[in-house]
Structure formats: structure tokens, C-alpha cells
Design a protein around this ligand. Structure first.
Ligand code: ZN
Length: 255
């Protein structure tokens, strides 16, 4: 869907921290029944939350906070050492009911995805946001947030030029790493997850934090299995994502 966003100004914003460039795009789901309910909450001074944009299920885009200002969507979060994610990012809320009680999600409608691609590409171009800085709320707040959820088709977004996606690789035949493990393979995987950007300790121990980060990674890159354990496919994907990121840093084009 093209055309200008519908203005729905929210009072919930302040100035970005001095000297902080916009370098990230953070995607969310609203976890509410419909767009009107979400807009009411995002524009309610008492809620203390907002985003720069909300995209309804039919693809209508609402503009709530000027991109120059700091919207309040990320909360306590971190990526590549950046902790004031709200100052460093543009935030988009996707109108979506969230995970159900059984942990299942409905698909994001095609019209909403098309609008997300158009809006994201415009934001990425305006602020020169690199592909590896297009992230989900769960990526920057693992263990605390699970949105936008594994139903978001990150691979399809990447095919449209929004975000990073690794090249296809055969999963390695290695043992699954799981909570309680403390091996060189755990330490190596932590180092890779840190290098990519996750806020994770490099202590060689597969604890609750690592399980939360693995779940966040799986929601983004391995949506068919989000279990907080690093099987061979998950481990292979982590290293493939790091290679794709390194290729970006060298200025070459990732396949
Ligand atoms: Zn969120």
C-alpha cells in the first residue's frame, strides 16, 4: 500500500539523546484486539508507550511520533552495546493479537506485510540503516519480550531488501547445546551471538540468559522451532548470520 500515513499524533515521546544517530529499525506487535485499541493505548499519556508508526492489518499506516523524536517502544533493551535503543531507533508496531494461550500465532496478512516493506524501505533509506540493524523487540530484549514473534516472515522481508538473512547452509551434525551445558562449543556460540549483537555473557555456561537469547534468535531465523536449545541447525544458522554480517561490514553484498 502506498500513500501518506494517516496522522495520529501521540504525546508519548521526548528528544533523542544528544549525539545519537538513528541506526536501527525495531519491529513489534501490539498484542491487542485491533488497530483502534492499539492506537488508543499508544496515544494515551498514561500508558507511557508509543512507536513512530503502527501498521493495521489492512495495510493502513498510522504516523504517531515524528522520526526526529524519541518514541517509547523498546524499554529496557540492548544491541551491540547500545542500551538506549529508543534514542537509536525507529519503531514500528504491527497490529496483531499476539501469541495465544497455547503460544500459537496467526500469520501477518499480506497487505500488512506489503505496507511494512514499503515503510521499512523508506526508513532504511532515510537513515542509512544497515540490514543487521533491522531487528525484533525480542532481539533487543530477549527473555522479556517475544514480539513481533516467529510468525513474522523475516526471510520474505530480507528478499524485499529489509534486514539480514543468511545464505542457505547444511546443518552441522553436532550435539544439541542445552541449559546446564558448559563446553567450548557453548563459549564459541556465545561469542558468535555477542558478535552479532545480542546482550549475552561470554561465560561458557548455557544458563537462562543464553536460553532466552537462543529463543530470540530462533524466532527471527528459525521460526519452525523456538525451544531455547541450540541444535545443529540453530548453531549452523548463528554462524551463517555472523558470516552474512561480516560480509556487510566488508562492504560486499550478501547473497
Ligand atoms: Zn514490542
Amino acid at each position: 500500500m502506498t500513500g501518506s500515513p494517516t496522522a495520529r499524533p501521540s504525546p508519548n515521546f521526548n528528544a533523542r539523546a544528544t549525539g545519537t544517530d538513528i541506526s536501527m529499525l525495531i519491529l513489534h506487535y501490539t498484542n491487542m484486539t485491533d488497530a483502534e485499541a492499539a492506537l488508543a493505548r499508544l496515544c494515551d499519556p498514561a500508558s507511557q508507550v508509543s512507536a513512530h508508526y503502527l501498521i493495521a492489518r489492512d495495510g493502513e499506516v498510522f504516523a504517531l511520533v515524528d522520526e526526529a523524536d524519541r518514541a517509547w517502544h523498546a524499554g529496557v533493551s540492548a544491541w551491540q552495546g547500545i542500551r538506549d535503543i529508543n534514542s537509536a531507533s525507529v519503531g514500528i508496531e504491527l497490529d496483531h493479537p499476539g501469541h495465544d494461550v497455547g503460544g500459537q500465532m496467526t500469520a501477518y496478512p499480506p497487505a500488512q506485510m506489503a505496507a511494512l516493506v514499503d515503510l521499512s524501505k523508506a526508513i532504511i533509506t532515510r537513515h542509512n540503516i544497515p540490514p543487521d540493524k533491522v531487528l525484533g523487540h525480542s532481539d533487543v530484549a530477549p527473555g522479556r519480550k517475544i514480539d513481533p514473534g516467529e510468525a513474522l516472515d523475516w526471510a520474505a522481508l530480507a528478499r524485499e531488501g529489509v534486514g539480514l538473512w543468511p545464505e542457505a547452509v547444511e546443518p552441522e551434525e553436532v550435539a544439541t547445546l542445552k541449559p546446564g551445558d558448559a563446553t567450548p562449543a557453548v563459549a564459541a556460540l556465545q561469542q558468535a551471538l555477542r558478535a552479532y549483537g545480542y546482550d549475552i555473557a561470554h561465560d561458557g555456561v548455557f544458563g537462562a540468559q543464553m536460553s532466552a537469547v537462543i529463543s530470540a534468535f530462533q524466532r527471527h531465523f528459525r521460526p519452525s522451532c523456538v525451544d531455547g536449545q541450540a541444535d545443529g541447525e540453530t548453531q549452523t544458522l548463528v554462524y551463517a548470520v555472523c558470516r552474512a554480517q561480516a560480509a556487510l561490514d566488508r562492504g560486499s553484498v550478501s547473497p
